[in-house]
Write a protein that binds this ligand. Structure first.
Ligand code: NAD
Ligand code: SER
Length: 317
């Protein structure tokens, strides 16, 4: 890829991925866009081309792709699980609208396309421990339904039209730059903010709810490395299980308390988030990603905790 378009640069992933792509491919060659350009950080606005773009409008995407001779698209537009469940039509229209437009534009302009899937693509019937790469996917959330549909459509565009579509099933992502956008795993970010601000934290998930997670630097590397991977080595495309760690609220709490012994967490269930989390894997098997394109995350829970507390202290205190 030489010229890259990022859709959703103002989000949790886009705010960091856009900067890393500019470092690698050159600032002038990475176009940052969002429905709401006010969400773009100052560093993104100052560092290279930026545009408002509504990804549910194919013409807007096509115009930028033509103007900048784009040959790679990172489509980060979606409504996350908990928010989408409160407004399913919005979740479907935004997630599927953006993806279908991207697929069609990618087909017409011969661009490669990355669209993340999620642990939300699993549901009842999926083995929750060691969730295999290829397994039952019958999610009961609209978010999950859009993710499974997206995986199928992306594979379809590859086999039918040769569009170079690739994807990973991200677990909950933890980061300190941009707050998460309304997902079930947001607690694992919010807990660090509370710990650094010296506030009590009320956890919306039960103490034994175990979920896969990943620190943002590893997620950014995964998004870039899969797009750079040798196509001949890919047996799968849409989408690869990837994970870096899994923990329960009790385990992340204990890890934070090693550094902040006075930090207090209590529990108050959010029934919607709990119901969603209960149907997601406890831990996924990501051996296909490791074998086919060398996925190798660097952060575990202790290492991430040290970095999150340090970076958030610099930002907030
Ligand atoms: P986010 O909600 O933080 O960011 C999404 C961005 O898209 C926002 O800046 C929003 O303004 C923008 N947007 C919304 N509607 C738009 C539209 N019509 N046109 C253009 N932009 C629009 O999301 P994120 O956490 O960065 O997630 C990005 C992708 O990764 C999504 O597909 C999400 O499902 C997936 N994912 C995220 C996580 C996670 O933990 N963050 C985990 C698994 C998968
Ligand atoms: N973090 C995301 C969510 O909870 C997982 O896809 O919605």
């Amino acid at each position: 890829m030489k010229n890259i378009l990022v859709l959703g640069s103002g989000g949790q992933i886009g705010s960091e991925l856009t900067l890393k792509l500019r470092e690698i491919y050159g600032a002038a060659n990475v176009v940052a866009t969002d429905l709401n350009p006010n969400r773009l950080t100052q560093q993104i606005k100052d560092g290279g081309p930026c545009h408002a773009c509504d990804a549910t409008d194919a013409k807007q995407i096509a115009q930028i792709v033509a103007d900048y001779k784009i040959d790679g698209i990172y489509n980060l537009v979606a409504i996350l699980s908990a928010t989408a469940e409160k407004n399913p039509m919005l979740g479907w229209n935004v997630g599927m609208g953006a993806l279908l437009n991207c697929l069609e534009v990618a087909r017409e302009y011969k661009a490669a396309l990355f669209t993340p899937s999620s642990i939300g693509a699993f549901g009842p019937g999926t083995p929750l421990n060691g969730t295999p790469q290829d397994t039952i996917q019958r999610p009961r959330t609209i978010y999950g339904v859009t993710k499974v549909t997206g995986e199928l459509l992306s594979d379809y565009y590859f086999s039918r039209y040769g569009v170079d579509t690739r994807s990973v099933r991200f677990p909950g992502l933890i980061s300190y730059v941009m707050p998460p956008g309304g997902g079930t795993t947001d607690y694992a970010v919010d807990i660090y903010y509370a710990a650094v601000m010296g506030k009590k934290f009320v956890c919306p998930l039960s103490k034994e709810t175990q979920l896969d997670m990943m620190y943002m630097p590893d997620a950014i590397d995964a998004a870039i490395n899969i797009m750079e991977a040798d196509a001949d080595k890919l047996i799968h495309r849409n989408s690869f299980n990837v994970t870096a760690m899994h923990f329960t609220p009790e385990e992340i709490y204990a890890e934070i308390r090693k550094h902040k012994p006075d930090f207090i967490m209590t529990y108050e269930s959010d029934p919607l988030k709990q119901a969603i989390a209960d149907l997601w894997p406890n831990w996924m098997d990501d051996s296909c990603a490791r074998k086919e394109w060398g996925f190798a995350p660097k952060y575990d829970l202790p290492k991430m905790t040290v970095d999150m507390l340090e970076k958030l202290s610099e930002k907030l205190l």
